[in-house]
Write a protein that binds this ligand. Sequence first.
Ligand SMILES: [Zn+2]
Length: 717
Amino acid sequence: MLFQLFDKTLSTLLQRAHEILKTTFGFQEYRPSQENIIDALLQGEDALVLMPTGGGKSLCYQIPALVRDGTGIVVSPLIALMQDQVDALKQLGVKAAYLNSSLGYHDATAVEQELVNGELDILYVAPERLLTERMMRLLDNARLSLFAIDEAHCVSQWGHDFRPEYQRLKSIHTRYPDVPRIALTATADQRTREEIISQLQLEQAKIFIDSFDRPNIHYAINDGANTKQRLWTFLSQNHADDAGIVYCLSRKKVDSVAEWLTDQGRVALPYHAGLSSEVRQENQRRFLREEGVIIVATIAFGMGIDKPDVRFVAHLNLPKSIEAYYQETGRAGRDGLPANAWMAYGLKDVITLRQFSQNSNANDTHKRVEYHKLEAMLGLCELVSCRRQALLEYFDEAVSAICGNCDNCLHPPQKWEATEATQMALSCVYRTEQRFGVNYIVEILLGKENDRIQRNGHDQLSTYGIGKEFSTAEWRVMMRQLIALGYLEIDIERHGALRLTEKCRPLLRGELSLQLRKMEKQEKQVSGKKGKQTVRPQDEALWDALRSLRMSLAEKAGVPPYVIFHDSTLQEMLKERPLTLSAMSDITGVGEQKLTRFGKQFIKEISKYPLSELLDNNLSQTVNETLMLYQQGKSIDQITKERQLTSTTVYTHLSAAIETGLLDVKEVLELDEQKYDEIVFAIESFGEDKEKRLKPVFEALEGVYDYGLLRCVQASI
Ligand SMILES: [Zn+2]
């Protein structure tokens, strides 16, 4: 009996949760695992959630906090982010507030009063603040729905985000044993997971591990030559007006790259610890509030940035671990739309990072850990197979299929037989007693004549001048690969001298052959389909209109544009063109509050750009560009000139619309009945050809008609 009652209550709660998902947040369905997590919290259980960035983590505690009685307390170290999160919740009509050091005494007291009065749904608190005696007394007097501990990996002393106060958070469990807790992180590895459980006493918690795959991110890693030019090519081809982040290792490089991009005509702002906090804040603010801004930053930038429409993350230097790479690239495409993770790296990066690590004050264990992490990162760079597979396997996630959305999948790298060249390099290192660095070794291999070589007598070596068939650049790439693959080690204490490793033996003895990846001469085009965000040409005018309406509403409300609506929501509006409030409420991301506040204005904008039946199609971009001109009444000749295409291509575009029944062949071709019939007859006589090849038809009609015209007739049959 009691059990039945309990079940009934739970199902009412779950129903309420689903209503909130729809009416408050504007989503029709949960994302995978969200529902089970919410279910656990509603039953009063604790949960540990490992979910990638952009996976919808915050809903997992926001919804239960709204369903359960009392205030949900969210612990987060990201003070800069709290205000944005609270602003976004307020836009949805949720009673939210935050308490951190940025708040003055008066404002803070007001929030505290709201908490005690039970007037808050959700309260964000910085961890050091939460642990004060004053705060604890307030919580004693408040009704609490749950504790959410965000960025829970900060508890791990091995991680780069370690916060000592996080380890003291276990005290909230002792003090409020009946309030359910949910700990969340986007960091995946086993050790961190175990540390979170033991440090936060989550042994009884239900564990939810989502796939760490970010399928909308396209991964590409390049050779580091001409980095800036390559970056520019990448940006112009894929992200001409998109917002993104460019990471560099040093402040100096940040400044110079930002300046260079600015000279090229982009809005590019620097961000690093050497700038005053006012400048940093202003640059971050512009990145969030304006559209199409590029931030050029050291790794100091990013944590606490929750901008959903970052379309690319570019690395001009090597990150120091796969965790860092995953975390930094993960800042792209949180809205689920296509995004790019692009990197260029070179030999110098490897040496610099090794130097950083060896010169640091860390103890030996720590240094060893760092060394192996860099090793793994280099392995990912030199990989010839699917990057995503390797990335996920690093996080203990088994992946069976290759992804089809990384550089290696789309353009399998070419390999070459490098055994002999490698032997030359290795034996040159050996014969110079493992005392010299890359540049010197390459000079010997190329047989350069200089004082140093002569003084050392190295022009007498058997390896002197043995490698003239390769250029300096080619040798440097080879050396980098040999270091990355663990055949050579860099001894930083001896000024970057190269040393052979155990791994070399079988290679030098000729028992093993080695294939290396060929150097890429040019920037590869990112796959057009998945790498780019695409708006149909016929939607462009409305897209611009919706974005500028969003911008003006955002400015008025003092929030970033994405707090009004995400890009993905605007894109759905382009597709569905809702003209009533009820149709608008079906758009993902349009909840009750936003429907009431913005619905009519967006509908009004949409109604200004009606879409003709002809252009309401799923045909390709280029076909639609032709159709738009055709709709304006332009002749085939005019279209051919304007688009600089052949008439055959223009006809072929029109044939696509004829085939789907959007255009009438006779109107398009202006053919009289007799000629039309003649062509139909010719096509039907060769009708057996399944390939739809038109060559015999073309010849039978003595070449009078353009191939494209024939295709139009064929499409109409
Ligand atoms: Zn792949």
